[in-house]
Design a binder for this molecule. Structure first.
Ligand code: IPE
Ligand code: IPE
Ligand code: MG
Length: 247
C-alpha cells in the first residue's frame, strides 16, 4: 500500500497533468512463472486497480492506459476472448468504486467490434461517470494511434464535404477536437512497462512532447512506488518544447 510519506515525496507543482501507461509484459510475467498468459492478464488488472487508486490519491488530472491495441486482434482467439471477458468483468466490478471516487471514465478507440455486452457496459460506465470531476481515466481499447488519426481525418473530410468547415481552417487545434481525447491535456509522461523501448501505436498525436519513462518491470509487478518514482523523475526533466531552458 502507498504510504502518505511516499505520496508526500511528490512535488505537486511538478506533477504531470496527463500520464499514459503502456501496460506491457503480462504474458512474460506469467511465462516466467510457468503460468498461462491469461494469469498474467488477471494479475495485470490487480496492478491497474492499485495504480488508479494512487492516481486518485495524488489527484492526477488524467490517466490513460493501453488495454488492447488495434493490432492485438492478431493474438490467438483464446487469448482475445479471455481479454474480452476480463475487460467486461473489470468494468462490472470496478465501476461503482470508480464512481464513488469521482473518477470520470472514457474509452478511446473503435469499440464497434466489441460484443454488444461490452459495448453496453462501456456506454453505461461512461454515462454513470460523465459528470464526475476527479481523475479523467481513459481506457484505450481497440485503440491505435494511427486509426484514431485516420478517423479524425475522416470526420473532418465529412465536415468539409458538408460545407461545415473549409480545408484552410483545419488547424492542429481543430484536428485535436476530433480525437478521442478531445478536451484533455496532451500526454506529459508516457510510461512503458515490460522492457521494450517502443510506442506500439499508442497516442501518437497526444504524446508529441511526452517525457518517456521505460522500466523492465513487467506490468503485474509494477507498483505504486515505481509509479511514483516515474512521477518524481518527471519532475526533474528539462522540458523545452523546442525552445530553450528558462534561466
Ligand atoms: C500487455 O501484456 C497486455 C496486452 C497487450 C493486452 P502482453 O500480453 O503484451 O504481455 P507480453 O508483452 O507478451 O509479455
Ligand atoms: C502494446 O503492447 C499494447 C498494450 C499494452 C495493450 P503489445 O504487447 O501489443 O506491443 P508489441 O507487440 O510488443 O509492440
Ligand atoms: Mg506485449
Amino acid at each position: 500500500m502507498v504510504t502518505d510519506d511516499l505520496l508526500k515525496k511528490v512535488d505537486k507543482s511538478k506533477m504531470p497533468r496527463h500520464v499514459a501507461i503502456i501496460m506491457d509484459g503480462n504474458g512474460r510475467w506469467a511465462n516466467l512463472r510457468g503460468l498461462l498468459r491469461s494469469a498474467g492478464h488477471t494479475a495485470g488488472v490487480k496492478t491497474l486497480k492499485k495504480i488508479l487508486t494512487t492516481a486518485v490519491n495524488l489527484k492526477l488530472e488524467a490517466l490513460t492506459v493501453y488495454a488492447f491495441s488495434t493490432e492485438n486482434w492478431k493474438r490467438p482467439l483464446t487469448e482475445v476472448e479471455f481479454l474480452m471477458h476480463l475487460f467486461s468483468e473489470y468494468l462490472e466490478k470496478e465501476k461503482l468504486e470508480m464512481h464513488a471516487n469521482n473518477v470520470r471514465i472514457r474509452f478511446l478507440g473503435r469499440t464497434e467490434d466489441f460484443s454488444p455486452l461490452i459495448q453496453s457496459q462501456i456506454q453505461s460506465a461512461t454515462d454513470l461517470m460523465k459528470n464526475n470531476t476527479g481523475v479523467k481515466f481513459n481506457i484505450a481499447a481497440d485503440y491505435g494511434g494511427q486509426d484514431e488519426i485516420v478517423r479524425a481525418a475522416q470526420k473532418l473530410a465529412r465536415k468539409v464535404a458538408n460545407g461545415e468547415i473549409s480545408a484552410e481552417n483545419i488547424t492542429a487545434n481543430v484536428f485535436e477536437d476530433e480525437l478521442d481525447t478531445v478536451g484533455q491535456p496532451p500526454v506529459d509522461l508516457l510510461i512503458r512497462t515490460g522492457g521494450d523501448l517502443r510506442i506500439s501505436n499508442f497516442l501518437l498525436w497526444q504524446a508529441a512532447y511526452a517525457e518517456l519513462w521505460f522500466t523492465k518491470t513487467n506490468f503485474p509487478e509494477f507498483t505504486p512506488e515505481e509509479f511514483i518514482e516515474a512521477l518524481i523523475d518527471f519532475g526533474n526533466r528539462d522540458r523545452r518544447f523546442g525552445g530553450v531552458t528558462k534561466d
